[in-house]
Design a protein around this ligand. Structure first.
Ligand code: GCB
Length: 579
């Protein structure tokens, strides 16, 4: 298995398998068309596409080009949600658990160059205590809409379970299917498996290369942005030196990128990277030795028609809207995003806090679930995939776990992941886990992280509609955090807002209230030196499962789902001009 993003170059080839595939729910006889990559959920008005909980099948023919004779070839799935079984001519050849990270399936020995075979991909969208993200199993559903304990309601829930139901413990639609690209890729038989780059501000670039094959010689050449050689060397690992290095600076600086061109036998791989250093010092977050203030809304991978499906046009549009907002960052709430987005952010200077799909762990029972090993595996895979990106400046272990009901158990669980992240990342970036509104004085996890990230909804979920009381309460909490001597980011705060709903009095759900809410919260944030960032929730309105709190999805976007700015987007554009 290699985590390297597929490349087409003088040594490597690939065929994109995107297009129209055959699709069916497992119990169906007949097949119907489905687009790949995309979530299947919004591609058909049949309600099953939205509500189904179970296994679906995707099918198409694949041909390994005859010209690939003598090459190593495999299938590369960028992500299949939430788990997948891969079949070739009806025979299982691989299985993968988890819906947001890539995997490869070797085809040599199973197919010859020039041959055609039937590829079937089974996807399973069921969520429960053993999946990330989490599905509830008998506990109260998200937002407590199930009136636990009332016999008639319990009987209704039992009926749902018999029919098969997904109950997301998270607030975004459980989009699934083959949501990211699938490719057939070919490399020479002796190939480059992995590359690690650790650049320093003085121009030293420590590298190591993992390979498969009998060849000895590995050549590394570092090219600058004009493709001139800036340094070169030989060997599996070492340190190269770039004199007068240009640094990767976050927007509005220049996000300068170098390329490490690695050759091994017949193989060639080009890995982009940036020279930048990230460090926490006291209550400051330093990028290249300079204090960095995070300001940008959190995101989702979400859009009409595609659902969570990779869409390069949407990614470019979104990043240009970040520029329009004068924003400089986002958190990949609540799962690792498609690799193309990180490449774009490397190039555009947008900083990323990279989050695992550990969302929905708000029940204290989580510490009795059998999840720790799998969570660690997902964290390791995310770091392995993303560690060379200069845009990634911090790892988030997860979102809003319960950390205050069983403070010691919570600490044990999260601290071992914290240590693992530091151990696994060759660049040793800061590590965090995002805290929810809780009894912050008694919990131990959030304050033990390198940077404190807290989600707060004073004036929305509590003290609703009363911004004076919201400011009063938030200031009490901030006084407490001031004593902890840690850098703090308000990693979510927001108000549902129906675009076009106005009021002379700023009441909840109006565009005026959203602006007044952000004015109020900003007033509190601006008083504090240890606050190093603000991440409004959310960049754009997004789809959720149905529930009494959601009117056609979550409406806390600064933009509508089709990316039209609400008043609050204009307000942040002005505010962030001066940041
Ligand atoms: C949160 C969650 C986020 C939700 C948001 C909300 O705390 O982290 O996933 O969408 O609140 O709008 O309720």
């Amino acid at each position: 298995m290699s985590t390297l993003y597929p490349q087409n170059n003088a040594s490597r080839m690939m065929t994109d398998l995107g297009g129209i595939w055959d699709f069916r729910f497992q119990e169906d006889e007949s097949w119907q068309p489905i687009a790949v990559p995309a979530s299947y959920n919004d591609q058909n008005p049949d309600p099953r596409f939205r509500n189904y909980a179970g296994i679906t099948e995707y099918r198409r023919k694949i041909t390994v080009p005859a010209a690939w004779k003598g090459f190593r070839f495999c299938l590369r799935f960028d992500a299949v949600a939430h788990s997948a079984r891969i079949m070739l001519n009806g025979r299982e050849i691989a299985a993968h658990r988890g819906g947001f990270l890539p995997f490869e399936v070797e085809l040599n020995g199973l197919m010859e160059a020039g041959e055609t075979a039937e590829l079937t991909v089974e996807t399973d969208n069921r969520i429960n205590h053993n999946t990330l993200p989490i599905g509830t199993e008998g506990e109260t559903a998200f937002f407590g809409s199930d009136n636990p304990g009332i016999p008639a309601v319990e009987a209704g829930k039992k009926l749902q379970e018999e029919r098969g139901v997904n109950r997301p413990a998270f607030d975004f639609f459980n989009y699934t299917g083959i949501q990211r690209p699938v490719r057939l890729i070919a490399t020479p038989r002796s190939f480059i498996r992995d590359i690690t780059l650790v650049p320093s501000l003085n121009g030293d670039v420590r590298y190591s290369v993992e390979t498969a094959g009998p060849e000895d010689t590995i050549r590394v050449e570092i090219l600058d942005a004009e493709e001139r050689c800036a340094a070169q060397g030989e060997g599996r690992e070492g340190t190269l030196h770039i004199s007068q290095p240009c640094l990767w600076e976050p927007w509005p600086g220049i996000p300068y990128l170098y390329t490490a061109r690695i050759t091994y036998g017949e193989d060639l791989y080009e890995q982009a990277f940036g020279i930048r250093e990230v460090r926490v010092e006291g209550t400051r977050f330093l990028i290249n030795g300079k204090p960095f203030r995070f300001h940008g809304p959190c995101k989702h991978e979400d859009s009409p028609f595609h659902g969570r499906g990779t869409d390069p046009c949407l990614n470019v549009t979104d990043i240009n809207l970040y520029h329009w907002l004068n924003a400089n960052c986002f958190r990949t709430s609540h799962y690792p995003y498609a690799e193309e987005m990180y490449q774009l952010c490397d190039r555009e200077g947008i900083v990323i806090v990279d989050e695992t799909p550990a969302v929905g762990m708000w029940a204290s029972e989580q510490y009795g679930w059998n999840l720790a090993d799998y969570h660690l595996q997902v964290l390791a895979d995310m770091i392995a995939r993303d560690r060379n990106h200069p845009c990634v400046v911090m790892w988030s272990l997860g979102n809003e776990p319960d950390t205050d009901t069983l403070p010691d158990k919570a600490y044990e669980y999260w601290h071992s992941l914290y240590e693992a992240a530091h151990r696994l990342d060759p660049q040793d970036r800061p590590v965090t886990v995002v805290g929810c509104q809780n009894r912050y004085e008694r919990e131990k996890v959030i304050k033990s992280m390198d940077v404190v990230l807290i989600n707060r909804y004073y004036g929305w979920y509590n003290l609703s509609g009363d911004l004076e009381a919201a400011k009063y309460a938030f200031r009490i909490e901030l006084d407490w955090w001031a004593k902890q001597q840690k850098p703090l980011i308000l990693s979510e705060y927001g108000a549902d807002t129906i675009a076009g709903l106005h009021g002379a009095v700023a009441e909840m759900f109006t565009e005026e209230y959203q602006v007044a809410y952000y004015e109020a919260m900003s007033e509190c944030l601006d008083e504090r030196d240890f606050v190093i960032g603000e991440m409004p929730w959310n960049f754009a309105d997004f789809a959720t499962c149905q529930g009494p709190m959601r009117v056609g999805g979550n409406r806390k976007g600064l933009f509508t789902r089709d990316r039209r700015p609400k008043m609050a987007a204009h307000w942040f554009r002005e505010r962030w001009k001066t940041f």
